[in-house]
Design a binder for this molecule. Structure first.
Ligand code: TAP
Length: 454
């Protein structure tokens, strides 16, 4: 037990939505000049930077992320996200559209891009602050007020963030953080009649349920960032050293609790054994330990149920006949530590080839030398479509593959390289709508068409 946090009740959601609605419709925030809104968001980012070590420490203790990663990625990217979107506040504009193109023309049509109102946000536990930042920053830049529910198991950085919004000078009612159970608080947010937009990141089954609640309640606009089982294709003409190092990162980054983690590696047959041996050599060197220790590579899994899921997932892989090359067990020390794990000889119809583990488990399958279209077909044979990757020195091959992979992100000779300016989001059952980049603003704006006859 780290600390105790009060659980919100349904009446707390209703109070939060009511003050958020008031702040949007009649409060100072709703009337604020867009440049002043931007300055407030910049000030918030500065405060987060001043508190970055504290935020990273809280995140490490709460989520198990190693401190060095928490500082650079969880907190660092969150700060960058607020700065990036602060810059958008005074650049939200519509267009002038020629209609009824007869001459002379007595019409003028233009569009305005407006915020929608109170925005609900429900997020998961793997990057607690970063998931908050990706959605909240775009949402505030667009002029919304926010009611956000963090995951029950990781509410702490969201609460610290709430404190910083007060320090930054955000008017009352603009940012509301309410920790509580998804089935109660998340459910109420997604079906609340005064919430007009919902941004969700989490699993595909809960995303489907939320989409239904949004439809039935008031047809609220919704964007969903859901699960993934991202394929990573490694060809025999790759830079092997890089493909090993980045393949490790693709799987073990943030102890595998990474939505874009490579869920399956397809390795060309002629380099399969070499690749496998090199990966195992590197995995053996990973230092498992206290996330606050600056030399740790691999911290504990986020919570008990997730650790149990990893144990069961690996047992299923072994039962199905996949070869467990390394790991597969809980580490015998206090805490929720799980060994970085490597499987090979994984067949396409196996559970571990199809289902997301969301943990530090590398799943390797071979493909025949030169069988480009065959491996593409296998890589796309999934209902997920979040990310994907390819390692080859042949640029034509890489571009051919990037065109055909059915995923929202394709990494070529790199992995995990997300940036605040680049849109991020899934295809197929990995969801729809983008976080980050200019496109994220679209998720939080509506377009009004104005036509004048003169
Ligand atoms: P979920 O179980 O889906 O939970 C996500 C959030 O939804 C939590 O805050 C949860 O509340 C809440 N929730 C649960 N039931 C709900 C309901 N009926 N109505 C409204 N909200 C509800 O996912 P998770 O286990 O936290 O996270 C892991 C999943 O998230 C993985 O599949 C992963 O791939 C995905 N993920 C995707 C991305 C992107 S960007 N695509 C990023 C990170 C994670 P509780 O706190 O009560 O659980």
């Amino acid at each position: 037990v780290i600390c105790k946090v009060s659980l919100a009740q349904i009446s707390d959601v209703d109070r939060a939505v009511a003050v958020a609605k008031e702040a949007f419709e009649t409060g100072e925030w709703g009337r604020m000049n867009a440049r002043d809104r931007g300055r407030l968001i910049y000030r918030l980012a500065d405060l987060m930077e001043q508190h970055q070590e504290e935020l990273a420490t809280i995140e490490a203790i709460d989520s198990g992320a190693v401190y060095t990663l928490a500082l650079k990625t969880h907190v660092g990217m969150s700060i960058q996200t607020f700065r990036y979107f602060a810059g958008w506040c005074d650049k939200i504009q519509g267009s002038t559209i020629p209609i009824n193109q007869a001459r002379p023309n007595h019409n003028l049509t233009f569009t305005r891009r407006e915020p929608i109102g109170v925005c609900g946000i429900v997020i998961p536990w793997n990057y607690p602050l970063m998931m908050l930042a990706w959605k909240t920053a775009a949402c505030l830049a667009a002029g919304h007020t926010v009611v956000l529910k963090p995951a029950q198991v990781t509410p702490l950085t969201a609460l610290k963030f709430a404190e910083l919004t007060v320090k930054a000078g955000f008017p009352k009612g603009v940012v509301n953080i309410i920790p509580g159970a998804g089935s109660l608080i998340g459910q109420r947010i997604s079906e609340h009649p005064d919430v007009r937009k919902l941004g969700f990141t989490g699993s595909t089954p809960v995303g489907k349920h939320i989409m239904k609640s949004c439809a039935v309640s008031n047809v609220k606009k919704v964007s969903l960032e859901l699960g993934g089982k991202s394929p990573l294709l490694i060809f025999n003409d790759c830079n092997l050293h890089k493909a090993v190092r980045m393949g490790m990162g693709a799987v073990f980054f943030n102890k595998g609790e990474n939505c874009i983690a490579a869920g399956r590696l397809f390795v060309e047959e002629s380099i399969h054994d070499l690749y496998l041996n090199k990966v195992v050599e590197e995995v053996k060197k990973m230092k498992i330990g206290d996330p606050l220790d600056r030399s740790t590579d691999h911290g504990p899994q986020n919570h008990r149920a997730h650790l149990d899921k990893m144990v069961e997932y690996c047992a299923t892989g072994v039962q199905e006949g996949a070869t467990l090359v390394y790991g597969g067990k809980q580490v015998p020390r206090p805490g929720f530590f799980f060994e970085p794990t490597v499987f090979t000889d994984v067949q396409d119809d196996m559970f571990i080839a199809r289902e997301e583990s969301f943990g530090p488990i590398m799943i390797i399958s071979k493909f025949a030398d030169g069988d480009l279209d065959g491996v593409l077909k296998r890589a796309n044979n999934t209902e997920f479509g979040l990310a994907s990757g390819v390692f080859t020195q042949d640029l034509s091959k890489a571009l051919y593959i990037s065109e055909r992979l059915q995923a929202g992100t394709v990494f070529i000779n790199t992995y995990n390289k997300t940036d605040v300016a680049a849109p991020f989001g899934g295809f197929k059952q990995s969801g729809f709508g983008k976080d980050l980049g200019e496109e994220a603003l679209n998720e939080y704006l509506r377009t009004k068409t104005v036509t004048i006859e003169y």
